[in-house]
Write a protein that binds this ligand. Structure first.
Ligand code: SF4
Ligand code: SF4
Length: 311
């Protein structure tokens, strides 16, 4: 089984459209949408969810108002400004909640989005009124999609630890491929060079970097190539919409070659890509225009190189 990850130095380069076309061209594959912060592969692959699981991104602190004496120590100690005073507690105002039945106490609450779960407040709370509870940061899904099984996820607003979620989605996709005897896992990786993209490529068999011929293209490409090299994952480059700036496209290809990264091909600008997106299909499914022809060529090249790696 081989795992190909399609990534880009930034969002909006067309990597998801290309990945969706690869899925259509592969005989049968498992797809994994690891762009968990902005997942949209499902719009083309039309998954029917078979299994839903919650994803815990970590722990957050929560105050039990019944035990809190309103001393304010947690607000003083929190470096992330996650604790705020809300006003007087009913219990304290009635004489309860504070040692000796003081007349009033301030009520405190923790903003679970700002809380980093460091546990300092819980450790120092004199009333042991703070618990650390598992935070549900999102959900992940195993589905039947148009070209085979698909693993995908949805982070809830403010949900963190997307690198951990990416690793989980990839692991499940590989497990399904092993179980069902499918020899290709296609991963829509996270854009950029942060934690989620590192989690997208670590241990993968191959990376295809999709770039566009823009001013920032070479810079973004350099960062992503460096990352792939650092994690010892072989990479190739595809220049999307290369004909919108032929000079920049040539510069990108030269840069890739100088850095020892083969160019898998160029893909022409084609309005059919947008038409395919609107139709919820990949570009290779709606005709044989320039982009479809180029994507097929890139796929054949990438597939050939991956297969050669086996020998
Ligand atoms: S440190 Fe504990 S007792 Fe004091 S305000 Fe915070 S939660 Fe309440
Ligand atoms: S766990 Fe850490 S970040 Fe969260 S409220 Fe307590 S001190 Fe602040």
């Amino acid at each position: 089984m081989k795992e190909l990850v399609v990534i880009s130095g930034k969002g909006g380069t067309g990597k998801t459209s290309i990945l969706a076309a690869f899925a259509a061209l592969a005989d049968r594959c498992v797809t994994a949408d690891c762009d968990v912060d902005a997942a949209d592969l499902h719009l083309v692959l039309d998954p029917r969810v078979k299994r839903t699981e919650s994803f815990s991104g970590g722990v957050v602190a929560r105050i039990d108002p019944a035990r809190c004496t309103g001393c304010g120590r947690c607000e003083e100690l929190c470096r992330f400004d996650a604790v705020s005073a809300l006003g007087e507690t009913n219990a304290a105002a009635a004489g309860g909640g504070t040692p000796g039945g003081a007349a009033a106490a301030t009520r405190y609450a923790i903003d679970e989005i700002a809380c980093e779960g460091c546990a300092v407040c819980a450790y120092f709370c004199p009333a042991e009124a703070i618990d650390l509870v598992e935070e549900t940061a999102g959900d992940w899904f195993v589905s039947d999609a148009r070209f085979g099984p698909m693993v995908h996820a949805r982070l809830r607003p403010g949900g963190e630890n997307s690198g951990k979620l990416v690793s989980l989605v990839r692991r499940e996709a590989r497990r399904i491929a092993d179980e069902e005897g499918i020899d290709m896992v296609l991963v829509d990786g996270s854009p950029g060079i942060g934690c989620p993209v590192i989690a997208s490529i670590t241990g993968a068999d191959f990376v295809l970097v999709v770039t566009e011929p823009t001013l920032s293209g070479i810079h973004d490409l350099g960062r992503v190539i460096e990352l792939a090299r650092h994690f010892d994952v072989p990479a190739m480059v595809a220049v999307n919409k290369y004909d919108i700036n032929m000079d920049a496209a040539a510069e990108i290809e030269e840069f890739a070659s100088k850095n020892g990264v083969p160019v898998a091909g160029r893909i022409r600008y084609d309005a059919a890509v947008t038409a395919a997106q609107i139709a919820g299909r990949s570009v290779v499914e709606i005709g044989d225009g320039p982009a479809a022809e180029d994507v097929r060529r890139v796929w054949n090249r990438v597939k050939y190189v991956i297969e050669q790696e086996e020998h």
